[in-house]
Design a protein around this ligand. Structure first.
Ligand code: UD1
Ligand code: MG
Length: 432
Protein backbone atom coordinates (compact mmCIF):
# COMPACT_ATOMS: atom_id res chain seq x y z
CA UNK A 1 0.00 0.00 0.00
CA UNK A 2 1.39 3.42 -0.90
CA UNK A 3 -0.49 5.21 1.82
CA UNK A 4 0.43 6.04 5.40
CA UNK A 5 -2.04 7.13 8.06
CA UNK A 6 -1.53 9.52 10.95
CA UNK A 7 -4.23 9.64 13.62
CA UNK A 8 -4.25 12.79 15.74
CA UNK A 9 -5.20 11.88 19.28
CA UNK A 10 -3.16 14.20 21.50
CA UNK A 11 -5.98 16.56 22.40
CA UNK A 12 -7.24 16.61 25.97
CA UNK A 13 -10.95 16.40 25.29
CA UNK A 14 -11.90 18.78 28.12
CA UNK A 15 -15.53 18.89 27.05
CA UNK A 16 -15.97 15.18 27.83
CA UNK A 17 -15.63 16.09 31.52
CA UNK A 18 -13.97 12.78 32.26
CA UNK A 19 -10.76 11.37 33.69
CA UNK A 20 -10.76 8.88 30.80
CA UNK A 21 -8.99 10.29 27.74
CA UNK A 22 -11.52 11.35 25.13
CA UNK A 23 -10.45 8.86 22.47
CA UNK A 24 -10.81 5.92 24.87
CA UNK A 25 -14.53 6.48 25.34
CA UNK A 26 -16.43 3.60 23.82
CA UNK A 27 -19.04 3.49 21.13
CA UNK A 28 -20.90 0.20 20.69
CA UNK A 29 -18.28 -1.67 22.69
CA UNK A 30 -15.12 -0.26 21.12
CA UNK A 31 -13.20 2.91 21.92
CA UNK A 32 -13.36 5.77 19.44
CA UNK A 33 -9.67 5.48 18.74
CA UNK A 34 -9.98 1.76 17.98
CA UNK A 35 -12.77 2.53 15.53
CA UNK A 36 -10.40 4.97 13.82
CA UNK A 37 -7.50 2.47 13.86
CA UNK A 38 -9.71 -0.26 12.36
CA UNK A 39 -10.80 2.09 9.56
CA UNK A 40 -7.16 3.11 9.00
CA UNK A 41 -6.03 -0.52 8.81
CA UNK A 42 -8.38 -1.13 5.89
CA UNK A 43 -6.33 1.31 3.79
CA UNK A 44 -2.81 1.24 5.22
CA UNK A 45 -0.26 -0.76 7.16
CA UNK A 46 1.82 2.24 8.22
CA UNK A 47 -0.17 3.85 11.01
CA UNK A 48 1.15 6.46 13.42
CA UNK A 49 -0.83 7.75 16.36
CA UNK A 50 0.02 11.15 17.82
CA UNK A 51 -0.43 11.27 21.59
CA UNK A 52 0.20 13.68 24.44
CA UNK A 53 -2.47 13.75 27.16
CA UNK A 54 -2.42 10.41 29.03
CA UNK A 55 -0.17 9.08 26.27
CA UNK A 56 1.07 6.12 28.32
CA UNK A 57 -2.40 4.89 29.18
CA UNK A 58 -3.61 5.16 25.59
CA UNK A 59 -0.51 3.48 24.17
CA UNK A 60 -0.86 0.60 26.64
CA UNK A 61 -4.46 -0.01 25.60
CA UNK A 62 -3.51 0.03 21.92
CA UNK A 63 -0.51 -2.25 22.38
CA UNK A 64 -2.70 -4.79 24.17
CA UNK A 65 -4.72 -5.30 21.00
CA UNK A 66 -2.85 -4.06 17.95
CA UNK A 67 0.56 -4.85 16.56
CA UNK A 68 2.88 -2.65 14.56
CA UNK A 69 1.26 0.71 15.35
CA UNK A 70 3.76 3.59 15.58
CA UNK A 71 3.44 6.28 18.22
CA UNK A 72 4.57 9.88 18.19
CA UNK A 73 4.63 12.01 21.30
CA UNK A 74 3.66 15.58 20.51
CA UNK A 75 5.62 18.40 22.12
CA UNK A 76 2.33 20.05 22.94
CA UNK A 77 3.81 22.64 25.29
CA UNK A 78 6.04 24.16 22.63
CA UNK A 79 3.99 23.25 19.61
CA UNK A 80 0.30 23.12 20.42
CA UNK A 81 -2.32 22.57 17.75
CA UNK A 82 -2.97 20.13 14.91
CA UNK A 83 0.11 21.36 13.03
CA UNK A 84 2.20 20.97 16.17
CA UNK A 85 0.89 17.42 16.41
CA UNK A 86 2.42 16.62 13.01
CA UNK A 87 5.83 18.03 13.93
CA UNK A 88 8.45 15.29 13.76
CA UNK A 89 6.03 12.62 12.49
CA UNK A 90 7.69 10.40 9.89
CA UNK A 91 5.61 8.37 7.49
CA UNK A 92 6.85 5.73 5.06
CA UNK A 93 4.69 6.20 1.98
CA UNK A 94 4.21 8.74 -0.80
CA UNK A 95 0.89 9.84 0.53
CA UNK A 96 -0.21 10.49 4.11
CA UNK A 97 -3.79 10.42 5.25
CA UNK A 98 -4.38 12.44 8.41
CA UNK A 99 -7.35 11.47 10.56
CA UNK A 100 -8.75 12.65 13.85
CA UNK A 101 -8.94 10.11 16.65
CA UNK A 102 -12.36 11.34 17.65
CA UNK A 103 -14.18 10.43 14.44
CA UNK A 104 -15.44 6.93 15.09
CA UNK A 105 -18.03 6.87 12.33
CA UNK A 106 -15.71 7.16 9.37
CA UNK A 107 -15.99 4.35 6.81
CA UNK A 108 -13.47 2.68 4.55
CA UNK A 109 -15.30 4.00 1.47
CA UNK A 110 -14.86 7.60 2.57
CA UNK A 111 -11.19 7.06 3.29
CA UNK A 112 -10.74 5.59 -0.18
CA UNK A 113 -12.62 8.51 -1.74
CA UNK A 114 -10.17 10.87 -0.06
CA UNK A 115 -7.16 9.03 -1.41
CA UNK A 116 -8.13 8.75 -5.08
CA UNK A 117 -7.18 11.21 -7.83
CA UNK A 118 -4.00 13.09 -8.54
CA UNK A 119 -4.39 16.23 -6.46
CA UNK A 120 -1.50 17.15 -4.19
CA UNK A 121 -3.93 17.45 -1.32
CA UNK A 122 -7.44 16.04 -0.99
CA UNK A 123 -9.36 17.44 1.93
CA UNK A 124 -12.74 16.54 3.38
CA UNK A 125 -15.36 19.28 3.32
CA UNK A 126 -18.98 19.42 4.46
CA UNK A 127 -21.69 21.95 3.73
CA UNK A 128 -23.42 22.84 6.97
CA UNK A 129 -26.38 25.10 7.72
CA UNK A 130 -24.66 25.96 10.95
CA UNK A 131 -20.89 26.07 10.34
CA UNK A 132 -20.01 27.45 13.76
CA UNK A 133 -16.90 26.02 15.40
CA UNK A 134 -15.40 24.67 12.19
CA UNK A 135 -12.65 26.03 9.99
CA UNK A 136 -14.19 27.67 6.90
CA UNK A 137 -13.01 26.44 3.50
CA UNK A 138 -12.57 29.03 0.79
CA UNK A 139 -13.17 27.38 -2.59
CA UNK A 140 -12.90 28.86 -6.08
CA UNK A 141 -13.38 26.92 -9.32
CA UNK A 142 -13.56 23.62 -7.43
CA UNK A 143 -10.13 24.26 -5.88
CA UNK A 144 -9.52 24.98 -2.23
CA UNK A 145 -7.65 28.25 -1.70
CA UNK A 146 -7.48 28.41 2.04
CA UNK A 147 -8.88 27.17 5.37
CA UNK A 148 -9.60 29.88 7.89
CA UNK A 149 -10.28 28.92 11.49
CA UNK A 150 -13.45 30.43 12.94
CA UNK A 151 -11.51 32.58 15.42
CA UNK A 152 -9.46 34.04 12.54
CA UNK A 153 -12.38 34.66 10.16
CA UNK A 154 -13.45 38.06 8.89
CA UNK A 155 -17.18 38.69 8.50
CA UNK A 156 -17.64 37.40 4.93
CA UNK A 157 -15.52 34.33 5.75
CA UNK A 158 -17.75 33.60 8.74
CA UNK A 159 -20.72 33.35 6.33
CA UNK A 160 -19.07 30.48 4.46
CA UNK A 161 -21.04 27.31 5.01
CA UNK A 162 -18.46 24.96 3.54
CA UNK A 163 -16.32 23.72 6.40
CA UNK A 164 -13.25 21.62 6.99
CA UNK A 165 -14.22 18.14 8.19
CA UNK A 166 -10.64 17.62 9.37
CA UNK A 167 -9.33 14.76 7.23
CA UNK A 168 -6.65 15.22 4.60
CA UNK A 169 -4.66 13.11 2.16
CA UNK A 170 -1.42 14.92 1.44
CA UNK A 171 1.67 14.21 -0.64
CA UNK A 172 4.15 13.26 2.05
CA UNK A 173 6.89 15.33 0.44
CA UNK A 174 4.76 18.47 0.90
CA UNK A 175 4.07 17.65 4.53
CA UNK A 176 7.77 17.19 5.21
CA UNK A 177 8.48 20.65 3.81
CA UNK A 178 5.47 22.58 5.16
CA UNK A 179 5.14 21.30 8.73
CA UNK A 180 8.48 22.78 9.92
CA UNK A 181 7.48 26.11 8.39
CA UNK A 182 4.12 26.49 10.16
CA UNK A 183 3.76 29.53 12.37
CA UNK A 184 1.53 30.17 15.34
CA UNK A 185 0.72 33.70 14.34
CA UNK A 186 -3.06 33.38 14.73
CA UNK A 187 -5.91 34.00 17.15
CA UNK A 188 -5.22 30.83 19.16
CA UNK A 189 -1.40 31.03 19.01
CA UNK A 190 -1.43 27.42 17.84
CA UNK A 191 0.27 25.65 14.96
CA UNK A 192 -2.54 24.94 12.51
CA UNK A 193 -2.22 21.96 10.21
CA UNK A 194 -4.81 23.68 8.04
CA UNK A 195 -2.24 26.32 7.02
CA UNK A 196 -0.55 23.78 4.74
CA UNK A 197 -3.41 24.35 2.29
CA UNK A 198 -2.49 27.96 1.64
CA UNK A 199 1.21 27.02 1.45
CA UNK A 200 0.40 24.44 -1.22
CA UNK A 201 -1.82 26.83 -3.18
CA UNK A 202 0.91 29.49 -3.12
CA UNK A 203 3.24 26.98 -4.75
CA UNK A 204 0.69 26.22 -7.46
CA UNK A 205 -0.25 22.82 -6.04
CA UNK A 206 -3.76 21.37 -6.43
CA UNK A 207 -6.01 21.10 -3.39
CA UNK A 208 -9.24 19.23 -4.09
CA UNK A 209 -12.30 19.44 -1.90
CA UNK A 210 -13.89 16.02 -1.32
CA UNK A 211 -17.48 16.46 -0.21
CA UNK A 212 -18.32 14.02 2.56
CA UNK A 213 -21.31 12.95 4.68
CA UNK A 214 -21.69 15.02 7.80
CA UNK A 215 -22.76 11.92 9.72
CA UNK A 216 -19.43 10.16 9.20
CA UNK A 217 -17.19 13.11 9.91
CA UNK A 218 -18.83 14.44 13.02
CA UNK A 219 -16.22 14.76 15.71
CA UNK A 220 -17.12 13.57 19.20
CA UNK A 221 -16.30 16.27 21.74
CA UNK A 222 -18.88 15.78 24.50
CA UNK A 223 -21.01 13.09 26.09
CA UNK A 224 -23.89 14.38 23.98
CA UNK A 225 -21.86 13.81 20.81
CA UNK A 226 -20.91 10.39 22.14
CA UNK A 227 -24.55 9.40 22.54
CA UNK A 228 -25.40 10.76 19.09
CA UNK A 229 -22.53 8.79 17.52
CA UNK A 230 -23.66 5.66 19.33
CA UNK A 231 -27.13 6.02 17.87
CA UNK A 232 -25.75 6.31 14.35
CA UNK A 233 -23.43 3.35 14.78
CA UNK A 234 -26.22 1.24 16.30
CA UNK A 235 -28.43 2.01 13.33
CA UNK A 236 -25.65 0.90 10.98
CA UNK A 237 -24.87 -2.29 12.91
CA UNK A 238 -28.53 -3.32 13.09
CA UNK A 239 -29.19 -2.51 9.44
CA UNK A 240 -26.29 -4.76 8.40
CA UNK A 241 -27.44 -7.67 10.58
CA UNK A 242 -31.05 -7.39 9.46
CA UNK A 243 -29.82 -7.49 5.87
CA UNK A 244 -27.88 -10.61 6.81
CA UNK A 245 -31.10 -12.25 8.04
CA UNK A 246 -31.39 -11.43 11.74
CA UNK A 247 -35.00 -10.74 12.77
CA UNK A 248 -35.39 -7.80 15.15
CA UNK A 249 -38.58 -6.81 16.86
CA UNK A 250 -38.59 -3.04 17.41
CA UNK A 251 -34.92 -2.68 16.43
CA UNK A 252 -34.65 0.81 17.90
CA UNK A 253 -34.95 -0.79 21.38
CA UNK A 254 -32.13 -3.30 20.75
CA UNK A 255 -28.42 -2.80 21.47
CA UNK A 256 -25.76 -4.77 19.60
CA UNK A 257 -22.01 -4.51 20.24
CA UNK A 258 -19.95 -3.90 17.11
CA UNK A 259 -17.99 -7.11 17.84
CA UNK A 260 -21.06 -9.39 18.02
CA UNK A 261 -21.68 -11.91 15.23
CA UNK A 262 -24.80 -13.74 14.06
CA UNK A 263 -25.21 -16.79 11.86
CA UNK A 264 -28.21 -18.64 10.49
CA UNK A 265 -31.60 -17.40 11.59
CA UNK A 266 -31.57 -15.46 14.81
CA UNK A 267 -34.43 -13.56 16.40
CA UNK A 268 -33.91 -10.66 18.80
CA UNK A 269 -36.98 -9.35 20.57
CA UNK A 270 -37.42 -5.83 21.87
CA UNK A 271 -35.12 -4.54 24.58
CA UNK A 272 -32.44 -7.17 24.01
CA UNK A 273 -28.81 -6.24 24.63
CA UNK A 274 -26.05 -8.23 22.91
CA UNK A 275 -22.72 -7.20 24.38
CA UNK A 276 -19.07 -8.03 23.76
CA UNK A 277 -17.86 -10.40 21.08
CA UNK A 278 -20.90 -12.65 21.43
CA UNK A 279 -21.66 -15.22 18.75
CA UNK A 280 -25.27 -16.25 18.15
CA UNK A 281 -26.27 -19.03 15.79
CA UNK A 282 -29.90 -19.95 15.03
CA UNK A 283 -31.00 -18.64 18.40
CA UNK A 284 -33.90 -16.67 19.83
CA UNK A 285 -33.25 -14.02 22.46
CA UNK A 286 -36.48 -12.87 24.05
CA UNK A 287 -37.58 -9.52 25.42
CA UNK A 288 -35.21 -7.65 27.75
CA UNK A 289 -32.53 -10.33 27.92
CA UNK A 290 -28.84 -9.52 28.16
CA UNK A 291 -26.10 -11.57 26.53
CA UNK A 292 -22.45 -10.73 27.27
CA UNK A 293 -19.41 -12.19 25.50
CA UNK A 294 -20.97 -15.62 25.04
CA UNK A 295 -21.58 -18.30 22.41
CA UNK A 296 -25.20 -19.32 21.89
CA UNK A 297 -26.21 -21.91 19.32
CA UNK A 298 -29.65 -23.30 18.57
CA UNK A 299 -30.94 -22.05 21.92
CA UNK A 300 -33.45 -19.62 23.37
CA UNK A 301 -32.99 -17.18 26.22
CA UNK A 302 -35.48 -15.15 28.21
CA UNK A 303 -37.62 -13.14 28.42
CA UNK A 304 -35.45 -11.36 31.00
CA UNK A 305 -32.63 -13.89 30.94
CA UNK A 306 -29.02 -12.96 31.53
CA UNK A 307 -26.11 -14.77 29.97
CA UNK A 308 -22.86 -13.45 31.40
CA UNK A 309 -19.36 -13.70 29.88
CA UNK A 310 -17.72 -16.95 28.77
CA UNK A 311 -20.93 -18.95 28.64
CA UNK A 312 -21.57 -21.53 25.95
CA UNK A 313 -25.16 -22.59 25.31
CA UNK A 314 -26.03 -25.27 22.77
CA UNK A 315 -29.52 -26.69 22.17
CA UNK A 316 -30.51 -25.12 25.45
CA UNK A 317 -33.56 -23.36 26.85
CA UNK A 318 -32.96 -20.56 29.34
CA UNK A 319 -36.16 -19.09 30.73
CA UNK A 320 -37.09 -15.95 32.62
CA UNK A 321 -34.91 -14.67 35.45
CA UNK A 322 -32.20 -17.23 34.85
CA UNK A 323 -28.60 -16.03 35.14
CA UNK A 324 -25.83 -18.06 33.56
CA UNK A 325 -22.15 -17.19 34.05
CA UNK A 326 -19.01 -18.84 32.65
CA UNK A 327 -20.90 -22.09 32.15
CA UNK A 328 -21.29 -24.62 29.37
CA UNK A 329 -24.81 -25.97 28.89
CA UNK A 330 -25.55 -28.54 26.19
CA UNK A 331 -29.10 -29.72 25.66
CA UNK A 332 -30.27 -28.28 28.98
CA UNK A 333 -33.57 -26.78 30.17
CA UNK A 334 -33.45 -24.12 32.88
CA UNK A 335 -36.85 -22.52 32.65
CA UNK A 336 -37.15 -20.22 35.65
CA UNK A 337 -35.32 -18.28 38.33
CA UNK A 338 -31.92 -19.88 38.65
CA UNK A 339 -28.24 -18.98 39.05
CA UNK A 340 -25.87 -21.18 37.10
CA UNK A 341 -22.26 -20.06 37.53
CA UNK A 342 -18.98 -21.88 36.81
CA UNK A 343 -20.92 -24.98 35.80
CA UNK A 344 -20.99 -27.54 33.06
CA UNK A 345 -24.31 -29.30 32.42
CA UNK A 346 -24.84 -32.06 29.88
CA UNK A 347 -27.61 -33.33 27.54
CA UNK A 348 -31.09 -33.92 28.81
CA UNK A 349 -30.64 -32.32 32.21
CA UNK A 350 -33.35 -30.15 33.72
CA UNK A 351 -32.68 -27.37 36.18
CA UNK A 352 -35.74 -26.58 38.34
CA UNK A 353 -36.94 -23.18 39.46
CA UNK A 354 -34.85 -21.58 42.17
CA UNK A 355 -31.76 -23.75 41.69
CA UNK A 356 -28.53 -22.09 42.72
CA UNK A 357 -24.95 -23.13 42.11
CA UNK A 358 -23.15 -21.90 45.23
CA UNK A 359 -19.91 -21.29 43.36
CA UNK A 360 -18.19 -18.87 45.73
CA UNK A 361 -17.06 -19.34 49.31
CA UNK A 362 -16.05 -15.72 49.79
CA UNK A 363 -12.49 -16.46 48.62
CA UNK A 364 -12.50 -18.68 45.55
CA UNK A 365 -14.82 -19.84 42.78
CA UNK A 366 -15.57 -23.54 42.31
CA UNK A 367 -17.05 -25.73 39.56
CA UNK A 368 -20.35 -27.58 39.48
CA UNK A 369 -20.36 -30.51 37.05
CA UNK A 370 -23.70 -32.05 36.13
CA UNK A 371 -23.91 -35.06 33.80
CA UNK A 372 -26.60 -36.24 31.39
CA UNK A 373 -30.32 -36.63 32.19
CA UNK A 374 -30.03 -35.14 35.65
CA UNK A 375 -33.22 -33.81 37.22
CA UNK A 376 -32.36 -31.03 39.64
CA UNK A 377 -35.47 -30.36 41.74
CA UNK A 378 -36.62 -26.83 42.46
CA UNK A 379 -34.85 -24.75 45.09
CA UNK A 380 -31.79 -26.97 45.18
CA UNK A 381 -28.45 -25.52 46.23
CA UNK A 382 -25.43 -27.13 44.64
CA UNK A 383 -22.47 -26.32 46.87
CA UNK A 384 -19.41 -26.32 44.62
CA UNK A 385 -17.06 -27.99 44.02
CA UNK A 386 -19.53 -30.78 43.34
CA UNK A 387 -20.06 -33.38 40.64
CA UNK A 388 -23.40 -34.97 39.80
CA UNK A 389 -23.07 -38.07 37.60
CA UNK A 390 -25.51 -39.08 34.81
CA UNK A 391 -29.11 -40.18 35.44
CA UNK A 392 -29.38 -38.59 38.87
CA UNK A 393 -32.50 -37.18 40.54
CA UNK A 394 -32.17 -34.48 43.14
CA UNK A 395 -35.20 -33.88 45.31
CA UNK A 396 -36.61 -30.37 45.56
CA UNK A 397 -35.18 -28.20 48.30
CA UNK A 398 -31.97 -30.20 48.72
CA UNK A 399 -28.61 -28.82 49.69
CA UNK A 400 -26.12 -30.90 47.73
CA UNK A 401 -22.61 -30.66 49.13
CA UNK A 402 -21.28 -34.10 48.17
CA UNK A 403 -20.84 -35.75 44.79
CA UNK A 404 -23.76 -37.91 43.67
CA UNK A 405 -23.15 -41.20 41.83
CA UNK A 406 -24.75 -42.35 38.61
CA UNK A 407 -28.42 -43.32 38.79
CA UNK A 408 -28.95 -42.18 42.42
CA UNK A 409 -31.64 -40.09 44.10
CA UNK A 410 -30.21 -37.41 46.37
CA UNK A 411 -32.38 -35.79 48.97
CA UNK A 412 -31.42 -33.58 51.89
CA UNK A 413 -34.37 -32.27 53.82
CA UNK A 414 -35.52 -32.10 57.41
CA UNK A 415 -38.42 -34.53 57.64
CA UNK A 416 -41.76 -32.78 57.31
CA UNK A 417 -44.03 -32.83 60.38
CA UNK A 418 -47.73 -31.97 60.64
CA UNK A 419 -49.63 -31.01 63.81
CA UNK A 420 -53.31 -31.85 63.58
CA UNK A 421 -55.80 -28.96 64.13
CA UNK A 422 -53.00 -26.59 65.16
CA UNK A 423 -54.72 -23.70 63.36
CA UNK A 424 -57.86 -23.91 65.49
CA UNK A 425 -55.95 -24.26 68.72
CA UNK A 426 -53.72 -21.30 67.87
CA UNK A 427 -56.57 -18.95 66.96
CA UNK A 428 -59.04 -20.41 69.41
CA UNK A 429 -61.63 -20.98 66.68
CA UNK A 430 -63.86 -23.94 65.80
CA UNK A 431 -63.23 -26.25 62.88
CA UNK A 432 -66.34 -26.25 60.68
C1 UD1 B 1 -9.86 21.26 13.50
C2 UD1 B 1 -9.51 22.11 12.27
C3 UD1 B 1 -10.80 22.77 11.73
C4 UD1 B 1 -11.83 21.71 11.43
C5 UD1 B 1 -12.08 20.82 12.64
C6 UD1 B 1 -12.93 19.65 12.22
C7 UD1 B 1 -7.26 22.91 12.70
C8 UD1 B 1 -6.42 24.06 13.02
N1 UD1 B 1 -8.56 23.13 12.63
O1 UD1 B 1 -10.31 22.17 14.49
O2 UD1 B 1 -10.49 23.50 10.55
O3 UD1 B 1 -13.03 22.33 10.99
O4 UD1 B 1 -10.84 20.29 13.16
O5 UD1 B 1 -13.29 18.87 13.33
O6 UD1 B 1 -6.76 21.82 12.46
N2 UD1 B 1 -4.97 17.38 18.28
C9 UD1 B 1 -3.70 16.98 18.60
N3 UD1 B 1 -2.84 17.87 19.15
C10 UD1 B 1 -3.21 19.16 19.38
C11 UD1 B 1 -4.50 19.56 19.06
C12 UD1 B 1 -5.36 18.66 18.51
O7 UD1 B 1 -3.35 15.81 18.39
O8 UD1 B 1 -2.38 19.91 19.90
C13 UD1 B 1 -5.91 16.40 17.73
C14 UD1 B 1 -7.12 16.21 18.60
O9 UD1 B 1 -6.93 15.17 19.52
C15 UD1 B 1 -8.20 15.87 17.59
C16 UD1 B 1 -7.75 16.59 16.32
O10 UD1 B 1 -6.37 16.87 16.50
O11 UD1 B 1 -8.27 14.49 17.32
C17 UD1 B 1 -8.52 17.86 16.05
O12 UD1 B 1 -8.31 18.75 17.12
P1 UD1 B 1 -9.41 19.78 17.59
O13 UD1 B 1 -8.90 20.52 18.75
O14 UD1 B 1 -10.71 19.10 17.74
O15 UD1 B 1 -9.45 20.76 16.33
P2 UD1 B 1 -10.56 21.81 16.04
O16 UD1 B 1 -10.26 23.03 16.79
O17 UD1 B 1 -11.89 21.21 16.18
MG1 MG C 1 -12.63 19.33 17.05
Amino acid sequence: MSLSVVILAAGQGTRMKSTTPKVLHEISGKSMLFHAIDAAQTVSDDITIVLYHQAERIQKEIDAIYEGIHFHLQDAKQYPGTGGAMKGVKTQNERTLILNGDMPLITKDSLLALTTGNADINMSVIRLDDPSGYGRVIIENEQVLEIVEQKDCNTPQLMTKTVNAGIYAVNTELLERYIPELSNDNAQAEYYLTDIVKMAVDEGKTVNPVYVQEEEFKGVNSKLDLAAAEEILQRRIKTEWMKAGVTMRLPETIYIDCRAKFEGECVLENGVSIQGASVLIDSHIKTHSVVEDSYIENSDVGPMGRVRPKSVLKNTHIGNFVEVKKSTLTGVKAGHLAYIGDASIDEGSNIGAGVITCNYDGKNKYQTIIGKNVFVGSDTQLVAPVTIADDVMIAAGSTINKDVEKGALAISRAPMKTFKNFFYKFFGTEKK
